[in-house]
Design a binder for this molecule. Structure first.
Ligand code: 5GP
Ligand code: MN
Length: 336
């Protein structure tokens, strides 16, 4: 493992840098990546953000977005950049399977690998690690990495601040989760002082739905919500036909699970969606209930205690039955 002084030494010279993040990047993944991008380009580095897949349109306004390379749409170029890189920053993930086929390319690359992340149980593939599970967002860690580790607060300009604000706002559910500490609010104040415009960022991210997306949400709530009162659990499902009818695209399903969690008394919520090759589950929970435990044990996934995800190889109906069948094991925690 490198220490911070050695990393600072490397970054003192212009380097070829790739920044990457988990597949289907969310607000924190893109906010962290482009926040760090906008910081590093000020120092003369040659920087590329390479995402494993596409990401939601409501993030496409972020400063620097035009420079992002999507791996699945530019395989050769991405592979070349990864192979040639001096440094690879791995943000908001800590296991190489979270970046799909890019994982092998990153593993094979001789670049110095820097992990900045807030997920549990990091895999050992990195040379430098800035990791804290108590951080509410990786964007929070990018902020303290720049301001404290690199001691370069003066380079937090409007673009950096806008990206990092977006990451913190989205991962903290608009500053509503328990890990939104007073330190986080002080960081947010710092980002606003550096030029982040809070109301504008909120508007871009949350008031930016297509008509189809809103109508799809409508049927999820009116027809697809199932409340299992005996287990304080709520499920929303979406099948292929629903996705087709409402022309659902990347990002359209984000946040739907939170509506299930907002039913009074609900401790565990699941959004279960039929994707072309598998079934994807998004779980959210309240308090001590370990949603990540269910994903890890039964759905080949993981995540945080209150926000986790996984997959199921089979039909949507089987996935829902599997999910329901494991609830008795957790009944005590769910009804206490
Ligand atoms: P989402 O429900 O938004 O897809 O994911 C919620 C959280 O669970 C995110 O923090 C994400 O990193 C994590 N997560 C989602 N899917 C997976 C997965 O397949 N494996 C692991 N390890 N984590 C996941
Ligand atoms: Mn995150």
């Amino acid at each position: 493992m490198l220490d911070t002084a050695s990393l600072i030494k490397i970054l003192a010279q212009p380097q070829k840098i790739v920044i990457t993040t988990h597949h289907k990047p969310d607000g924190d993944a893109m906010g962290s990546s482009l926040g760090l991008y906008n910081y590093l380009i000020q120092q003369g580095h040659h920087v590329k953000v390479v995402t494993p897949t596409d990401y939601p349109d409501f993030l496409a306004w972020l400063p620097g977005n035009g420079e992002v390379i999507i791996y699945t749409e530019n395989v050769e170029q991405s592979a070349g950049l990864i192979a040639d890189a001096d440094l690879i920053f791995c943000l908001d993930f800590n296991a190489l399977n979270r970046i799909n086929e890019m994982g092998e390319l990153v593993a094979e690359s001789t670049a110095v690998k820097v992990m900045i992340d807030h997920h549990l149980e990091p895999q050992d593939f990195d040379d430098y690690r800035y990791w804290d599970i108590n951080a509410c967002a990786t964007a929070q860690l990018i902020y303290t990495f720049i301001t404290e580790e690199l001691d370069n607060a003066k380079l937090i300009n409007k673009d950096v601040a806008t990206c990092l604000y977006t990451g913190i706002m989205t991962d903290s559910k608009s500053f509503s989760l328990p890990n939104t500490t007073s330190d986080v609010h002080r960081i947010i104040a710092g980002l606003m002082d550096a030029g982040a415009v809070n109301w504008h960022i909120y508007d871009q991210v949350y008031n930016n739905s297509s008509e189809n997306r809103l109508r799809f949400l409508g049927i999820c709530l009116s027809e697809k919500l199932e409340v299992l009162h005996d287990f304080n659990t709520a499920i929303i499902t979406a099948n292929k036909e629903d996705l087709h009818k409402y022309e659902v695209i990347t990002g359209d399903t984000e946040g739907i699970v939170n509506y299930a969690l907002s039913v009074t008394g609900i401790k565990l919520a699941a959004f279960i969606v039929e994707r072309p090759d598998k079934v994807k589950l998004s779980l959210r929970s309240k308090g001590e209930f370990p949603a990540n435990d269910i994903c890890k044990k039964y759905f080949n996934g993981g995540g945080h205690r209150n926000a986790a995800g996984g997959i199921y190889e089979g039909t949507l109906e089987q996935a829902v039955n599997q999910f329901k069948s494991i609830l008795p094991e957790y009944k005590k925690l769910l009804i206490q």
